[in-house]
Design a protein around this ligand. Structure first.
Ligand code: AMP
Length: 126
């Protein structure tokens, strides 16, 4: 079920549990601002999720409430993860689902990194 991106942060969400080490993840990168791990149900040969360490529901509250250091650190981490996965030359796609129409399911901001094949057109045409 898609979440309400304007709801308060819920510390029981699955990515909060991963950040607290309560459930495992297949980690590919970590620094002071971000954690990256393989998606549990990959939709491309490379499908990595990058999440900020702070308590942000979505791109909406992150871009409103996060400090400049958190925003810069998180965005740099996304680029680093993509480079370390060898994606810039063949190309890749970033996706951040937000709320109901974005079909966001986990209420902790995450950027999907997709790559490893030709990804085709941006969205299915309705
Ligand atoms: P979204 O629809 O943008 O909220 O995407 C949530 C993503 O989280 C989906 O691609 C799921 O496969 C992924 N996911 C859910 N639980 C886990 C988990 N425990 N470890 C890794 N990925 C997960």
């Amino acid at each position: 079920m898609p979440i309400d991106a304007t709801a308060p942060y819920d510390d029981s969400n699955v990515f909060a549990k991963i950040l607290r080490g309560e459930i495992p993840c297949s980690r590919v990168y970590e620094d002071d601002f971000a954690l990256a791990f393989h998606d549990i149900a990959p939709q491309a040969p490379v499908h990595i999720l990058v999440i900020p360490k702070g308590r942000y529901v979505s791109w909406d509250d992150f871009t409103r409430d996060a400090s400049d250091a958190e925003i810069a650190g998180f965005i740099r981490a996304v680029g680093t993860v993509a480079r370390e996965a060898g994606l810039p030359a063949p190309g890749y796609r970033l996706l951040a689902n937000v709320g109901q129409h974005g079909h966001q399911e986990v209420p902790h901001l995450h950027v999907h990194i997709f790559g490893g094949r030709q990804l085709g057109a941006m969205l299915p045409r309705a």
